[in-house]
Write a protein that binds this ligand. Structure first.
Ligand code: HEC
Length: 144
């Protein structure tokens, strides 16, 4: 009986996860990116003091989140409708994937050598934020 309940619970979980779907998954991931950068921005600007624990936690979160960026799973064909994901993604899939690969590599580079002072936080934000902007410019609909 216990085994059956566990299996049923696992099944419910799997179904829920698939109902959540690729759009929710990618938007949750993007929100996570925004949250991590939101921690680093005020430090880079000097509005908050450099705090290694805060910086390292934000970079760790960003990095774990970035490694989940799975284009095939999160951007299946036909999943753009009604979202900010532009058709250009599926028209230029190789370029989109290259942008994801560069983003992951840049985040991994920062995570391997986390910024040790305020200036380094600014530099890291520049490197990482450049990827967000470059991709959004081409592949995300601008809010009107
Ligand atoms: C390789 C492309 C790519 C990269 C890199 C990227 N994004 Fe996005 N982002 C998108 C696309 C496409 C959407 C629209 C997704 C949708 O509407 O389904 C989006 C949406 C978002 C959203 C809105 C999410 C929502 O709730 O609808 C936020 C916030 C965001 N991105 C932040 C970031 C930040 C911060 C970074 C960098 C750390 C980043 N993104 C990197 C492609 C990218």
């Amino acid at each position: 009986m216990k085994k059956f309940l566990l299996a049923a619970a696992a099944l419910t979980f799997a179904v829920t996860a698939s109902i959540a779907g690729p759009v929710e998954d990618r938007e949750a991931m993007m929100k996570g990116f925004g949250g991590a950068l939101g921690q680093l921005g005020p430090i880079a600007k000097g509005e908050k003091p450099y705090d290694a624990a805060v910086v390292n936690a934000a970079i760790e979160q960003l990095s774990a989140n970035a490694m989940k960026f799975d284009v095939a799973a999160m951007f299946p064909a036909g999943s753009g409708e009604g979202t900010e994901a532009l058709p250009a993604i599926w028209e230029n899939m190789a370029d989109f994937e290259a942008k994801v690969a560069k983003f992951k590599a840049d985040v991994a580079g920062v995570a391997a050598n986390p910024p040790a002072d305020q200036a380094a936080v600014g530099a890291a934000l520049g490197v990482i934020g450049g990827n967000c902007g470059a991709c959004h410019q081409t592949y995300r609909a601008k809010k009107s």
